[in-house]
Design a protein around this ligand. Structure first.
Ligand SMILES: [Zn+2]
Length: 323
């Protein structure tokens, strides 16, 4: 796709909505025309950022974009029937309460941020009902994201979730009547509670059997929820790896030193910065990441504000020394 908003914003396609908003705000501040008066390049970048964010600003817009991208990637492959989620969250009629539970564990997930539409069924369960007769058409699956905070993901949570799906028409039992427009199915919005097990992994997919669209015969597809963990300000995922960006002053970058960081578990940890470090250098901290995994600390050069006259003098002296 010509302009991928995720690429423009520099976020992973599986980032949470909240992370995308944070990144957008930061970039928009950085490139705002007020901050860069008369700079055409900055203005162009600002417009690019606005345009990108406009495509993924709301869950609905983002879903639409993701689907278009997936279709474009598939180049007309004949599985159109499986994209039943194109119209989910539409319509609204009776509300029903269902407690849907996810039976499954965790596993390593070689999720590659760039690929789209690939589903890793981590539950390790049979993908579909095995004994269904061939001629019985099953309803299509529904795919949707499930955004969690780091705390929710760590401890596990029962998360309310609203889902729009096709259900067998109660009046005709799928035979077709005027009430369902002879379709045999009607749209219903359901409130479900999803039980997310503790320590769910970012970008893993939970399969909730039978919670997808129903066919007129009552056979339902599954609901596939992609877990997206919001790693919080200054952190992001790269595949299954948690990266934390830490601002380092120029002098510490050059001379080395220590910097204190807050880990995802809320601990304060000192990180060694070796002399002659550069923006983008990473240090791996074992056991300080999500769920006891590693945390990769990425050094970033701190933006300096207005310089004091002493700092200016010191920098002048540095320049005179040839640095
Ligand atoms: Zn009907």
């Amino acid at each position: 796709m010509a302009d991928d908003p995720y690429r423009t914003l520099g976020v992973s396609p599986d980032a949470t909505d909240a992370e995308i908003k944070r990144v957008y705000r930061k970039l928009a501040r950085q490139h705002h025309p007020d901050r860069n008066p008369g700079d055409a390049a900055s203005e162009g970048r600002f417009k690019e950022i606005q345009g990108a964010y406009d495509k993924v600003e709301t869950p609905e817009k983002r879903k639409k974009f993701d689907e278009q991208k997936r279709m474009a990637n598939m180049f007309g492959g004949g599985r159109g029937g499986d994209f039943g989620n194109a119209d989910n969250f539409g319509g609204a009629s009776g509300i029903e309460d269902i407690l849907a539970s996810f039976m499954g564990g965790r596993g390593s997930n070689p999720f590659s941020g760039g690929s789209s539409g690939t589903i890793f069924d981590q539950a390790g369960q049979p993908r579909r009902g095995q004994q269904r007769p061939q001629q019985q058409q099953r309803g299509s699956d529904i795919e949707a994201p499930l955004d969690l905070t780091l705390e929710e993901a760590q401890s596990g949570i029962q998360k309310p979730f609203t889902i729009g799906r096709r259900k067998q028409c109660g009046s005709c039992k799928g035979g077709g009547c005027s009430k369902c427009g002879t379709q045999g199915v009607i749209r219903k919005t359901s409130q479900i509670t999803v039980k997310v097990p503790a320590a769910a992994e970012h970008a893993s997919v939970m399969r909730l059997k039978g919670m997808g669209h129903q066919a007129p015969n009552g056979l339902a597809g599954d609901l596939l929820l992609t877990v997206r963990i919001d790693a919080d300000e200054g952190r992001h995922w790269e595949g299954g790896r948690l990266i934390q960006t830490v601002e380092i002053s120029y002098s510490t970058m050059m001379l080395g030193g220590k910097v204190r960081i807050h880990t995802p578990a809320g601990k304060i940890v000192e990180v060694d910065v070796p002399p002659n470090s550069r923006s983008g250098d990473r240090r791996r901290l074992r056991g300080q990441g999500y769920n006891g995994g590693p945390l990769d600390v990425e050094l970033e050069l701190q933006e300096s504000g207005d310089l004091t006259s002493e700092q200016q003098a010191a920098l002048n002296a540095l320049r005179d020394s040839g640095l």
